[in-house]
Design a protein around this ligand. Structure first.
Ligand SMILES: Cc1ncc(COP(=O)(O)O)c(C=O)c1O
Length: 455
């Protein structure tokens, strides 16, 4: 008899253990790091028989996933994935993600998910304390930095409108170094972006912000987006001076720290974020540098009330929801919600916050050692001293095509994933370290390889 979808029998037991077995195997990292995208028609051919009136059964579907689909996905958690912003979820966090999946928690409303939400809020509180936010601060876990930026800006606009009314056009102020998602949020919201030039280190300064706001003709600016660790260069904006400008002009300060604000828990980097305690909201993605699996971003508000005023959904079918405690749905653009902050909570509870400090510090120390190494090599030029764990550098005379060719070749060989970017319009290489298992010796060997490559 075919297994039923909701009843537990011997077959179910077998495949359930197979699924857990696969998860445990995958958590120990693929030995072969040549995994990566495959042509759509090849994947379609393998997938063709899987969805049919009768299905193929769990074990066969799992085999297809394990043997074909998973190897067609890049191992983002490989310690030698130094591209984009990689990920390095802790074992406890990933295992607990399975528990969250098994638990069918509706994380949108207190009355449905109180136990989970209380634990998520404890993790939010840890982040709020690291930032020096008041006891009244609060927030919510959303799917990513993009969602956090959008939801924060919607709250900011609503709050501004309550105080100052509606202008002809709304605008935010941001630099070219803000993450692409900030401009995407502006497009979704149909607001303008007042561009502010960055300094030589790629940072937004208070002086440049003040000047840009003075030059901007017309009002309508309601928020400034600063970055606590830019994606491209790892630069930290001048948060304290920016907060002065925002305070003087009654503008909402949102700090996008999707990547970099993880270093608030670092003993050696925390001081660089002075002024974060004055922000109105910030976002940080535990799926980037706080060792949680995808998809998990924390959005924290200094004062959650305006966010709830902007985001809470109302309808006859929702009116019975008890809003007396904490309803995560009220603090971002969403209603149904996975309790995606729980893996972070479990990981913090498992290892302790000191382990987080040590792991983030480890990446920063490795980055600094690599910066010294790069600066000392004759054919290399270090473009910026790293503030966090991103390195930008050039190889004398190399073109974009040469960087790309080297990068593709090393990815194909499963040695490392490093992709070029550009800095001030010129191509360069970029390394981003978030995994404490990334060994200095391995990256040094990669630099040796790069130095020895001639075209
Ligand atoms: C600074 C910054 N903001 C926002 C994002 C977008 O985050 P997500 O991909 O989680 O939506 C990123 C992603 O790298 C980022 O680095």
């Amino acid at each position: 008899m075919a297994p039923t979808m909701h009843e537990w029998d011997a077959d179910t037991n077998l495949f359930a253990h197979s699924v857990i077995g696969y998860a445990i195997e995958r958590l120990q990292l693929p030995k072969d790091t040549r995994w990566g995208a495959q042509p759509a028609d090849e994947l379609a051919a393998v997938l063709a028989p899987t969805i049919s009136a009768d299905g193929v059964g769990a074990l066969e579907a799992l085999r297809v996933f394990r043997d074909t689909l998973m190897p067609a996905c890049r191992p983002m958690d490989s310690p030698m994935n130094l591209a984009y912003v990689p990920t390095a979820p802790s074992i406890a966090a990933t295992m607990f993600d399975l528990v969250v999946s098994a638990s069918s928690i509706f994380g949108g409303a207190w009355e449905a998910g109180a136990g989970a939400i209380a634990a998520e809020n404890q993790a939010i509180r840890w982040l709020a304390d690291l930032a020096g936010f008041p006891a009244t601060a609060g927030g919510v876990f959303v799917s990513g930095g993009s969602a956090a930026n959008l939801s924060a800006l919607v709250a900011a606009r609503h709050a501004h409108e309550q105080r100052h009314g509606r202008p002809a056009r709304w605008a935010i102020a941001a630099t070219d170094e803000v993450h692409a998602s900030v401009r995407a949020a502006a497009r979704v919201m149909d607001v303008d972006v007042v561009g502010v030039p960055t300094d030589e280190f790629g940072r937004l300064t208070g002086a440049a912000l003040e000047q840009a706001l003075r030059d901007h003709d017309g009002d309508g600016v309601f928020a400034v987006v600063a970055t606590g660790g830019t994606t491209n260069a790892g630069a930290i904006d001048e948060l304290d001076a920016i907060a002065d400008v925002c305070a003087a002009r009654d503008l909402w300060l949102h700090v996008d720290g999707a990547y970099g604000l993880a270093a608030l828990c670092s003993d050696i980097a925390r001081h660089q974020f002075r002024g974060i305690e004055r922000a109105d909201s910030f976002g940080v993605d535990p799926h980037k540098w706080l060792f949680a699996p995808y998809d998990c971003a924390a959005l924290v508000y200094r004062d959650p009330a305006p966010a709830a005023a902007a985001h809470a959904q109302h309808g006859s079918y929702l009116d019975h929801v008890d809003r007396g405690e904490w309803n995560p749905s009220d603090y971002a653009y969403h209603l149904s919600r996975r309790a995606r902050g729980l893996p972070l909570w479990f990981s913090l509870a498992t290892y302790g916050t000191a382990a987080y400090t040590e792991a983030v510090d480890a990446s920063i120390r490795t980055t600094r050692a690599l910066a010294d190494d790069i600066a000392a090599r004759p054919r290399f030029e270090l473009l910026l001293r790293p503030e966090l764990s991103v390195l930008l550098f050039t190889v004398d005379g190399w073109t974009r095509e040469q960087y790309l060719a080297w990068s593709r070749e090393r990815a194909r060989a499963g040695v490392a994933l490093v992709v070029p970017t550009s800095w001030r319009g010129a191509p360069c290489l970029r390394l981003c370290l978030v995994d404490p298992r990334t060994r200095l010796a391995d990256v040094t060997a990669l630099l040796d390889d790069l130095a020895g490559t001639s075209w």
